[in-house]
Design a binder for this molecule. Structure first.
Ligand code: F6R
Length: 359
């Protein structure tokens, strides 16, 4: 059932354009977001959104926290479920508690949901598996419609989570009146074109395969980005470490000078996410500092960057989310190609299980 692909993960990366279309289907009209699952009662009196999840799902939650505050003007924070459980969290009734889970069975996320319910909060699950434990417990669910994900390293589930959370942010912003009609129409226009950013363009996979040979024997990777590209950096690093077993970290680009830049030398591989629509100059100057310390730089950007050792040019998008999805695709393919070159079993990485049902 790999349909000609070498690995399920590879197949699932290529499926992303299609599953995003499915996730959006019936939920968007020309000028509004139609999320019947989110009843007016669920959202009434909500001033804060608290998101709780693990791993890759936590990263999509981090992206959502930027979108909720920026688009919906709702206070939003994100917590790792295993931390949330034991910190004696202060929960107030004006909070919508959102859990994100591909499987719907992650033990820590499920327990976090139970804590929120016991505190009387309204709860929403963003989940890929209908009738899972998390779906059964939450007050409301938005299914992500990624289809069955077999690769242990999550790809298409992450993409559909981010798209779903973007829709939720727009929906809440429209309800609260914090997004004007013109902005909403333009966001919807971009959202509907997300599948275009996720098509693997001719030559892209081959290019990543070719350049991946330079990235096999360093002492580690830093993925860096700002704003929503910071959670994407975290996710890119997680994908790479899961299947290549190489050390990788995601960092906010502006934090490198606060310590990690001490690691920079030619054996430090830096994957620089340099979108043109968000803080380009700021990110560029952070990458220049790394280059000055001889770090090996792979720049992913629509704008050519002279100091890069390798450069993957992205499309000329006008919206950060379009840049986000295209760069996500590239980081997934990079992780895949590095792992394949190292001879690893991409679909069954050592020490990992697809669903983590113990804490
Ligand atoms: C990474 C990965 C894990 C999961 C995490 C949460 O590729 O798959 O980090 O994201 O175990 O799983 P779910 O989303 O099923 O709750």
């Amino acid at each position: 059932q790999k349909e000609g692909y070498r690995f399920f993960m590879e197949k699932e990366i290529y499926e992303q354009a299609r599953v995003i279309s499915e996730t959006l289907m019936g939920r968007i009209s020309a000028d509004s977001i139609v999320l019947d699952e989110l009843s007016p009662e669920l959202l009434e009196g909500i001033n804060t959104i608290k998101i709780c999840a693990c791993g890759t799902s936590y990263h999509s939650g981090l992206v959502a926290s930027y979108l909720f505050e920026r688009l919906a003007k709702v206070r939003a924070n994100v917590e790792i479920a295993s931390e949330f459980r034991y910190k004696e969290p202060l929960l107030t009734p004006d909070t919508l508690f959102v859990v994100i889970s591909q499987s719907g069975e992650t033990a820590d996320t499920l327990e976090a949901l139970k804590i929120a319910k016991a505190a009387g909060l309204k709860t929403l699950a963003i989940c890929n598996v209908d009738n899972s434990s998390i779906v059964r417990l939450a007050d409301a669910t938005l299914l992500t419609r990624a289809g069955i994900e077999k690769g242990v390293a999550s790809t298409k589930a992450f993409a559909t989570q981010v798209a779903t959370l973007w829709m939720v942010a727009l929906h809440i912003g429209a309800l609260k009146g914090t997004i004007d009609q013109q902005t909403l129409a333009s966001e919807i226009h971009t959202l509907l074109r997300t599948p275009n950013a996720l098509h693997v363009k001719d030559g892209l996979h081959e290019k990543i395969h070719r350049l991946s040979k330079r990235y096999l024997h360093g002492h580690g990777f830093f993925f860096i980005g700002r704003d929503i590209f910071y959670p994407l950096a975290l996710e890119g690093a997680l994908k790479l470490k899961e299947i290549s077993y190489m050390h990788a970290e995601g960092y906010p680009a502006g934090e490198m000078k606060h310590g990690p830049i001490a690691l920079a030398d030619s054996g430090l591989f830096t994957i620089a996410l340099m979108p043109q629509t968000l803080l380009y100059e700021k990110t560029k100057s952070n990458v220049e500092e790394l280059s000055a310390r001889d770090a090996t730089i792979l720049a992913i950007s629509p704008k050519p960057f002279d100091l890069a050792d390798d450069f993957i040019q992205t499309g000329d998008h006008a919206h950060p989310m379009s840049e986000f999805f295209e760069m996500m695709l590239i980081t997934q393919l990079l992780a895949l190609e590095v792992a394949v070159r190292l001879g690893n079993d991409v679909d069954m990485p050592r020490n990992l299980a697809k669903s983590v049902t113990v804490e």
